[in-house]
Design a protein around this ligand. Sequence first.
Ligand SMILES: NC(=O)C1=CN([C@@H]2O[C@H](COP(=O)(O)OP(=O)(O)OC[C@H]3O[C@@H](n4cnc5c(N)ncnc54)[C@H](OP(=O)(O)O)[C@@H]3O)[C@@H](O)[C@H]2O)[C@@H](O)CC1
Ligand SMILES: [K+]
Length: 501
Amino acid sequence: MRYLVSGKEMKLLDQNTSQVFHVPELVLMEQASMAFVQKLLLLKQNKLSTALIACGSGNNGGDGLAIARLLREQGIFVFVWLAGEEEGHRTSSSYDVQKQICSAYSIPVVQKEKVSAGEASYDVVIDALFGTGLSREISGELANDIDVLNQLSGWKVAVDIASGICSDDGAVLGTAFRADDTITFSFGKKGQYLWPGNEYCGKVHVVSMGITQESWLDHKPHTAVLEPEDLKKLPSRMAHTNKGSYGKLLIIAGSVNMSGAACFCAKAAYRMGSGLVRVFTCEQNRLILQTKVPEAVLVTGQENEEETLLAEQLQWADAVVFGPGIGTGQRARRMTSTVLAQCRVPLVLDADALNIIADQPELLEQAKTDIILTPHPGEMSRLTKKPVSEILTTLEQSAETFAKRFHVICVLKDFHTVTAVSDGMTYVNLSGNNGMATAGSGDVLAGVIGSLLAQGMKAEEAAPLGVYVHGLAGDAAKEKCGVRGMMASDIIEGLKEVEKS
Ligand SMILES: NC(=O)C1=CN([C@@H]2O[C@H](COP(=O)(O)OP(=O)(O)OC[C@H]3O[C@@H](n4cnc5c(N)ncnc54)[C@H](OP(=O)(O)O)[C@@H]3O)[C@@H](O)[C@H]2O)[C@@H](O)CC1
Ligand SMILES: [K+]
């Protein structure tokens, strides 16, 4: 697991390192710039001969000037554009020092007219206009400067973060540099991974500049990304066990003409390691379920006995998934009330269950168990009564606010799904790909998380880990089918590859 930080947190880490651990700002700047150059050369295998470095007037610009000097040392023809100063902005003291050094080495300075005229071309265009210090919309000449950079040909690389992207949430503040790659210091910044910032920052490379975990002091980071080593947290398999040792999962899913959701969910749960899965569904789905997932035990009932049967099944289960394909009619609404009132084991609420709860959020408050909700932005919009556009641009905040308000875990699904757990941690998921935007993918996720819960994982661990594993399964499916050919069943098959990794 690694942490992602906001701009404010990065500033705090910088300050603590300078003030408590006595590492001067210029030393950090030198280390950052050296690490940047090392990475840059590695990425292009030393095949660079010309570079343009556009510098703002703060410390990001200071980095840019140090980078110019270090690239020159490597025999690269460098040109700096002092865009911040040209626009009359106040310079930082470290920028002033770096500029003095550059002047002493006679590093060539180009003016805007020359850059915008496109007279020269550069192998790499480096953006050091703004970093984590960006605090408001970029306007006027500086906005135009960014547009000028975007129009240049050549490989585009951002120093720390693409200028114009808010480090905290990925918003575009006015306009933004479009980087192919971003080389960032010490910690990934949240805005590099959240939409639309992720599209502007390109591939993000984190390099060390000498700020270590100690610099957190007593502040606790609260956004994390799971990594391959976190797969060790998956429930272990012992030698002397039987199918009952891996939990009893109840999946309440499917309705007339909606059998697929139940199939995907149950299959995914078995592939995730469940030993016993029961599917509570309607009688009409018997044949298809018994053909597609013969491993699952089916429970169906007549309308007049269904409520009693459901209550009995809730008693049997170690974990419950409720919602995929249940519809939003009277039967589904009755079941929602029963499940939320009577379930005493960890519960995943997905799909139609979320749409029903959107009309009766008080049901969530009455529940007496750990709940994980897995809305996509459309469902989240119905749950919160906020437009989808707002949810998409405030993904982390939306998940966090909902989790805190209802004391639940909120898995807000998107290209980079955000999981907010009730203790204040949020996880940004980086596994997966756009081929997973396909029917049934969400049912698979619900089955994966449900399975982990039934195997005894705590809800706050099962939710982010389930999301991560689901993404890895999607990546395995991409290898086999490509992003267009991928279907939910391929993601289920992909779960086998995650197990092998
Ligand atoms: N600190 C350290 O130890 C190290 C930091 N490092 C590097 O420093 C970077 C952060 O540097 P930074 O804090 O100087 O801010 P930066 O992003 O360069 O912006 C400059 C100034 O612009 C201003 N401003 C803001 N928004 C604006 C707008 N829309 N339009 C116009 N002006 C605007 C704002 O000043 P304000 O006007 O708000 O007073 C801001 O201060 C970081 O990303 C990393 O690259 C590394 O060297 C390692 C050591
Ligand atoms: K930058």
